[in-house]
Design a binder for this molecule. Structure first.
Ligand code: GLP
Length: 261
């Protein structure tokens, strides 16, 4: 796992956007894993800016979102499918239907979860997965206790997550759905490159576990320690509890620039 402590959210966004741009330059039909939440927004803004400058095209790329609330009406602004359209897909040149997400309105939820796994596999798997992290250490919606080998499935949201996400629902925790679809930890681990971004003091405890804690379902993101190519982009506040922060800084400073992240 490579830990990069950046000067802040903008530098993290530039580095994540560099990885996407370089991937699409060498593989224009790459498959991107797209996270929602507030953390990736500067990265999406940077990608939109580069797209408008003619530096990057998504015309042949495909995308899969990580997770989805179950039961939100199709036109609900917080439905992740709508969020990702608004924040990225509708602002660049993805082909129509190139980006899909789990169907939170499916009648047969289990069948929809299985269909989603098949769709990812049929696309050849995810080349680069952008991730955020929950304050309780979740990635996607894999809450504490999730099997480290889990697949796409229906999952109840942890009380902490519903409280954290109430800010997107006019601070009304009761308006936050109780159930969601999430790609499993085993599904996410099959992506060829994981790029997790964390900003702010609120993520420091989860980041400490992610990078330096024991691998455990208690902190689901720790499964990433087993991934052969995982990059963690942190601002100073998110990195503030890391015991080996100075070492990560030195290691990154010594890295040849051509390697990228
Ligand atoms: C949400 C999403 C995750 C996201 C995380 C952090 O609930 N399901 O995919 O990474 O929680 O969100 P934020 O980036 O807004 O802090």
């Amino acid at each position: 796992m490579e830990v990069v402590i950046t000067s802040g959210a903008q530098e993290s966004a530039r580095l994540a956007a560099d990885a996407v741009e370089q991937l699409l330059a060498r593989k224009p039909d790459a498959v991107l894993g797209l996270a929602t939440g507030s953390t990736p927004l500067p990265t999406y803004d940077e990608l939109v800016r580069r797209h408008e400058a003619g530096q990057v095209s998504f015309a042949r790329a495909r995308g899969f979102t990580l997770d989805e609330y179950i039961g939100l009406p199709a036109d609900h602004p917080q439905r992740y499918r709508n969020v990702i359209d608004r924040e990225l897909v509708g602002r660049v040149d993805f082909a129509s239907d190139a980006v899909t997400g789990p169907d939170g309105l499916a009648e047969d939820l289990q069948a929809a979860a299985e269909a989603y796994e098949r769709a990812i596999a049929a696309a050849g798997g995810v080349d680069l997965q952008i991730l955020g992290i929950g304050t309780n250490g979740h990635i996607a919606f894999n809450e504490p206790g999730s099997s480290l080998a889990s697949r796409t499935r229906v999952q109840p949201l942890a009380p902490q997550t519903r409280t954290d996400n109430a800010r997107f629902f006019e601070d009304d925790v009761e308006a936050v759905p109780r159930l969601c679809f999430t790609q499993g930890l085993g599904t996410i681990m099959e992506a060829r490159h994981l790029v997790l971004i964390a900003t702010g003091e609120g993520k420091a405890a989860a980041v400490q576990q992610l990078v330096e804690g024991p691998v455990s379902a208690r902190w689901p993101a720790t499964v990433m320690q087993h991934h052969p190519h995982a990059t963690v982009l942190l601002d100073e506040a998110a990195a503030s509890r890391l015991e080996l922060a100075d070492y990560y800084r030195e290691a990154y400073a010594a890295k040849p620039e051509w390697q990228g992240i």
